[in-house]
Design a protein around this ligand. Structure first.
Ligand SMILES: Cc1cc2nc3c(=O)[nH]c(=O)nc-3n(C[C@H](O)[C@H](O)[C@H](O)COP(=O)(O)OP(=O)(O)OC[C@H]3O[C@@H](n4cnc5c(N)ncnc54)[C@H](O)[C@@H]3O)c2cc1C
Length: 472
């Protein structure tokens, strides 16, 4: 945290009404939601393109946007609009057409009903178009390195880019960095890792391969239902022979919309901190070594991947977990298991708790944690940092326990949270209130009006209210 005098020495950027830091799933959605509701919005993003893990991380498919049983689409609104626009250009398959156990779902059953396969290049282009149509100002290639505060308020952020160090004043900030960089630097209390030892989920560098024999992979997977993870028995045999050093129980692989092209979610780096540049560097080096080893293993051992070639590796290693900003409410595992109702619900989701073990090759889904409810809710208070007055958090850095985060961290709920946080930021700016004082009933009504779904319990009443309020 820096003083106003420090900011005076830096390049000055024009003031911003709503500043969104980070253009991943939650940042894209927050920026669109704020701009479409009248705010002047600027997005600061460290990469030269938008999408966060959707694009830079090569992460995919988008895990389910439906209830756990696959019957009801829960994450709608901006997420659904984004997917349909990608689908219209051949860049995605709508989740309503994708079933668990299939190649698009990585042959996984539990938790993999109605995932969304998509092409990362389509995601980059469509997201950028949507931001530009909404009038969002972009500042790419720019990293937020610090903040200037005034008590519980952020006055602006300190950025580093090709122009040097700069100061960007802002009225309200939505922290969508995944790591809670902004809120943490402003002095908000944060939690890190699981209770007891503070360990976090491992990192994974995604990569894609081409020239895969799609049919052979599918036939093998169908013929081996005993494998919990694809190719598990082959991996176990190779490990016993000392030929598989990666702490993973199988090959997690997902077919993409492009024939012969699959995403590989199988490297695993344990014990590194995603908020440390030194650890991130070490993790990138270790993971890139694992990519080479896996490509060799595919050629010798894995049916359908014998002739696979590396298409690309992600621009960044994927970080599953770092800081969680302590909010007015901390979402818990019990809330998700019980499907607890919150009066201030602003997002609903159905993806189960998915913990990749912080210390071993186990997971996902073999940690003995009971299934979550078919539908669970995320309250607005989990997006409101307890210690700050003009900052909201959204996405991976929301206020949740280690276990609850392991469910809501996937990309569709991050879109849903962003839509709510962006709207709340726009209204806090317009009304001159703190983020703690945003009228949540009005927020819910507007979210429903713009296509979000907040669950059956609230929806009919809200929808009626929204209809009555239209044009007022
Ligand atoms: C290995 C791995 C596998 C996963 N698998 C899946 C999956 O299959 N399906 C699924 O739906 N989800 C999956 N997830 C979860 C999901 O990708 C993330 O939790 C989700 O993308 C979080 O969204 P976000 O918007 O909070 O953050 P991110 O997607 O991380 O976006 C954050 C953005 O902020 C930017 N940023 C960060 N710090 C700064 C800063 N200080 N200044 C400027 N810009 C900054 C980043 O460049 C990035 O663009 C996976 C995650 C990982 C790591």
């Amino acid at each position: 945290m820096r003083s106003p005098e420090f900011a005076d020495q830096l390049n000055a950027y024009p003031p911003t009404g709503v500043l969104v830091v980070g253009a991943g799933p939650s940042g894209l959605s927050a920026a669109l939601s704020a701009a479409r509701n009248g705010a002047q919005v600027r997005v600061v993003e460290r990469f030269g393109f938008v999408g966060g893990n959707l694009t830079a991380g090569l992460v995919g498919p988008c895990m389910t946007s439906f209830s756990l049983d696959g019957r009801t689409q829960l994450v709608r609104g901006i997420f659904d609009e984004f997917v349909r626009r990608m689908e219209a250009e051949g860049g995605a398959v709508h989740p309503s057409r994708v079933r668990s156990g299939t190649d698009f779902a990585g042959f996984m059953g539990f938790g993999h009903e109605r995932v969304t396969p998509f092409d990362p290049e389509s995601a980059k282009a469509v997201a950028l178009e949507m931001l530009q149509e909404a009038g969002v100002e972009l500042l790419l290639h720019t990293f937020v390195a610090d903040v200037v505060t005034d008590g519980r308020r952020i006055r602006g952020v300190v950025v580093a880019n090709k122009d040097g160090l700069g100061y960007l004043p802002a009225d309200v900030v939505v922290d969508c960095t995944g790591d809670g960089d902004v809120a943490a630097r402003a002095g908000a209390e944060v939690a890190y890792g699981r209770d007891g030892d503070g360990a976090v989920q491992p990192m994974t560098l995604f990569f894609r391969v081409r020239n895969v024999d799609d049919r052979a992979v599918e036939e093998y997977a169908r013929a081996h239902p005993e494998d919990l993870f694809p190719f598990q028995s082959i991996v176990e045999r190779a490990r016993a022979e000392g030929r598989f050093p990666i702490p993973r129980r199988g090959i997690q692989l997902f077919r993409t919309p492009e024939p012969g092209v699959w995403r590989i979610n199988t490297t695993r780096v344990l014990g590194r901190d995603g908020t440390s540049a030194a650890d991130l560097t070490a993790a990138e080096i270790e993971a890139r070594g694992q990519v080479r080893a896996l490509l060799e293993f595919f050629r010798t051992d894995v049916p359908g991947l014998e002739r696979a070639e590396l298409l690309d590796t992600a621009a960044t290693i994927g970080v599953r977990e770092t800081r969680r900003v302590v909010g007015e409410y901390t979402l818990t595992l019990e809330d998700l298991i019980a499907g607890r109702h919150f009066d201030d619900v602003v997002a609903v989701a159905g993806y189960p708790v998915d913990i990749h073990s912080p210390v071993s090759g186990d997971g996902p889904f073999d940690d003995g944690i009971p299934a979550t409810a078919n539908v669970y809710e995320i309250p607005f208070r989990s997006l409101v940092p307890r210690d700050l007055d003009n900052v909201l958090v959204s996405g991976r850095c929301l206020s949740a326990t280690h276990e609850a985060l392991a469910a809501v961290r996937v990309m569709p709920p991050c879109f849903a949270m962003g839509e709510a946080a962006g709207l709340a930021a726009a209204w806090a700016r317009q009304d001159g209130t703190t983020v703690h004082d945003v009228d949540v009933t009005r927020l819910q009504r507007r979210l429903v009006e713009q296509g979000a779904y907040l669950g059956d319990r609230l929806d009919p009443a809200l929808a009626a209210g929204a209809a009555a309020g239209r044009g007022a």
